[in-house]
Ligand binder design. Sequence first.
Ligand SMILES: C[S@@+](CC[C@H](N)C(=O)[O-])C[C@H]1O[C@@H](n2cnc3c(N)ncnc32)[C@H](O)[C@@H]1O
Length: 90
Amino acid sequence: MGWSSGDKEETIMDVGCGPGRLTRQFILPCFPNLKEIFAIDAVPEMIELAKKLHPHPKVEYIVANFEESSLFNQWKGNLISSFLSNALIV
Ligand SMILES: C[S@@+](CC[C@H](N)C(=O)[O-])C[C@H]1O[C@@H](n2cnc3c(N)ncnc32)[C@H](O)[C@@H]1O
């Protein structure tokens, strides 16, 4: 499967990355022109696990709640090409 949008460098946001297994083993290989993945999860323990179990130089694991609008100011100036969501947002 390929989700890449072409030859352009891509910055991806993975929402609800949990312990990072899918981020590293599934999402990352889908983007051959990947610049960076911002992988976020609202639960700090998940991000700690992800950093420990599935580190990668192109993946930045961040504790963040997708529902907080201030979150996006952190990425001001970064082009987010795609959002991949595993989170249940109610
Ligand atoms: C079903 S798990 C999926 C974990 C991982 N993506 C996987 O497939 O193995 C959903 C994850 O979304 C996170 N989550 C739920 N609501 C969130 C929100 N509003 N912002 C960020 N993460 C959230 C949870 O903490 C949980 O780790």
